[in-house]
Design a protein around this ligand. Structure first.
Ligand SMILES: *[C@@H]1O[C@H](CO)[C@@H](O)[C@H](O)[C@H]1NC(C)=O
Ligand SMILES: *[C@@H]1O[C@H](CO)[C@@H](O)[C@H](O)[C@H]1NC(C)=O
Ligand SMILES: *[C@@H]1O[C@H](CO)[C@@H](O)[C@H](O)[C@H]1NC(C)=O
Ligand SMILES: *[C@@H]1O[C@H](CO)[C@@H](O)[C@H](O)[C@H]1NC(C)=O
Length: 491
């Protein structure tokens, strides 16, 4: 469930192109140049009717009925929902630096051309010193302390969705950016804390005209072929027919973006957003409301979210797999494995051996990570944790029955972004965050005494690092393509 957010710089000259083009085109050809040609996406047509303005105090079951169920399934705006939040009232650069400057944040670079992309780990303080001049922007798991200053929409305080909150993310930049037209895997409430952003919202029935597909498998996708800053309406003539809704968010406003609903976002000048993501695969249960009473002062810190800042989740990219998606993916890999490999030497119907599991995990990694022995140790420990009956195999049943914590550990490995030096140092220091279900605190002490997980496992008679990868490299390549399709490497 990698988010496919591709942020580019806005072409600053674009607002004047319209004027210039108009006078450069000889009258006779006027009718042949489609509206919006070589302009940013959205110039081709007037937007459809305004999006709904959703009452800020809407209840969870009402919200589900109107905006999530298939017959509704549409975006909407919450005006001023965060207006009284401390975030909206106080988050200027000075306040952020004084109160949260020490926190580490992940940053990316906005590009003219989006061929390369790189993530960095920075303190918020350092970022604030540099962001006006370096094209960096922050996309990161929202530090826990900052959560106290952001309000939780009332419909996410009660009922099924409130128990399936996935991520809280922070976005900040100096602006003048345009994302690609894309959709994400999760439901999202995007709250603007500072600045100004406009949202172009595109219903799935328009996707064909944008050469986009609605993917079952990965849950997110983007529109690969269109230059959204300068649409070539002659080449991509179907774009001229794309219907969309449009609105502008001001500080305190939020927008609901349904899972798999395409959108393009533009920012103008310094902006800060907080996004609240929840699981689109759970069905809302009307009995889940109980006697829960939402209130206007509940902060997002008052609610449980799958991914937090503290458990080193900072080292994850935003938009990673949730535990149950990860579990499904792993069981799926097992099924494919079984089919492909059953007549080969090394196949064992009781499950993966630890070393097979380690190789597979490296193959599933969506970002390149230095393959230091610490990461091997770490994955071997996950294998140990998954192997509940300690028969040295990870069986499909053990995968299906695995805990959320273990699947988080798997996601930690598979979805950790490429951080180069910092990441390397970190993975040297600890084997990432090891949940107690992987090894007990007592075992962790033993491992520390022995010096490495690998040695410890050898002492216990577990072979975690036999040479395996060559024999199955073809197969692994197959799995790799099956899981990632052709978009691997894009973010
Ligand atoms: C960066 O720009 C913002 C306004 O967009 C300003 O408030 C802030 O002081 C600037 N920071 C630096 C370090 O110049
Ligand atoms: C929140 O406050 C507004 C008035 O400011 C009120 O209309 C609304 O009912 C309140 N909502 C809740 C959930 O208390
Ligand atoms: C509002 O809800 C939060 C938890 O969601 C709770 O801690 C707080 O006491 C509530 N405030 C009021 C006034 O009910
Ligand atoms: C694994 O096998 C390959 C090819 O035979 C070999 O080059 C490599 O050194 C082996 N690795 C280990 C750890 O034995």
């Amino acid at each position: 469930m990698i988010w496919l957010i591709l942020v580019t710089l806005l072409d600053k000259s674009s607002s004047s192109i319209w004027f210039k083009d108009y006078f450069l085109i000889p009258p006779a050809t006027c009718g042949l140049i489609p509206p919006g040609h070589l302009h940013p996406f959205g110039y081709h047509k007037q937007p459809l009717e305004q999006m709904d303005v959703i009452p800020n105090a809407i209840s969870a079951d009402e919200f589900d009925k109107i905006y999530i169920q298939p017959e509704g399934h549409r975006p909407g705006i919450f005006r001023g929902l965060q207006k009284q939040s401390k975030a909206t009232l106080y988050w200027d650069d000075k306040y952020l630096k004084e109160n949260f400057g020490e926190y580490k944040v992940l940053t990316e670079i906005k590009h003219e051309l989006r061929q390369e992309f790189g993530k960095r780990l920075n303190t918020l303080s350092k970022f604030l010193e540099e962001y006006n001049t370096t094209n960096q922007y922050v996309v990161t798991v929202l530090p826990d302390e900052m959560r106290r200053e952001v309000l939780m929409p009332s419909f996410l305080q009660c009922g099924t969705y409130s128990h399936n909150l996935l991520e809280l993310n922070l976005w900040m930049g100096s602006g003048d950016t345009a994302s690609q037209v894309h959709y994400d895997a999760d439901h999202n409430v995007h709250c603007l804390i500072a600045g100004k952003k406009s949202f172009f919202m595109i219903h799935p029935d328009q996707y064909k005209k944008l050469y986009m597909e609605r993917l079952e498998h990965t849950g997110s996708n983007y529109c690969p072929d269109i230059n959204q800053n300068k649409v070539d309406m002659l080449e991509d003539s179907s774009v001229a027919d794309v219907d969309y809704q449009w609105d502008v968010l001001h500080p305190g406003d939020c927008i609901f973006i349904p899972a798999q609903y395409s959108h393009q976002v533009r920012s103008y000048g310094r902006s800060i957003s907080v996004t609240i993501l929840w699981d689109p695969t759970v069905q809302f249960d009307t009995d889940s409301m109980g006697d829960c009473e939402p209130n206007n002062t509940s902060s997002i810190a008052d609610h449980n979210v799958v991914w937090n800042y503290k458990l080193e989740d900072i080292f994850l990219d935003v938009g990673y797999a949730t535990p149950h998606v990860m579990r499904k993916e792993m069981v799926g890999v097992w099924e494919q494995w079984k089919e492909k490999i059953s007549d080969l030497e090394g196949y064992d119907s009781t499950g993966w051996t630890y070393c097979q599991f380690v190789s597979l995990m490296f193959d599933m990694k969506r970002w390149s990570l230095p393959e230091c022995k610490y990461t091997r140790n770490w994955v071997a420990l996950i294998a140990y944790g998954l192997d509940t009956n300690k028969d040295l195999h990870i069986s499909p049943t053990e995968l299906s029955d695995s805990s959320d914590l273990l699947m988080k550990a798997v996601s930690h490995f598979v979805d950790a972004p490429n951080l180069n030096d910092e990441m390397y140092d970190f993975c040297k220091k600890e084997f990432f965050y090891i949940p107690p279900e992987v090894v007990s605190p007592e075992e962790m002490e033993e491992i520390k005494t022995v010096g490495s997980a690998e040695k410890w496992m050898k002492q216990k008679g577990y072979e975690a690092s036999k040479n395996f990868s060559e024999m199955f490299s073809d197969f692994l390549e197959y799995i790799h393509d099956a899981i990632h399709g052709e978009n691997e490497g894009d973010d």
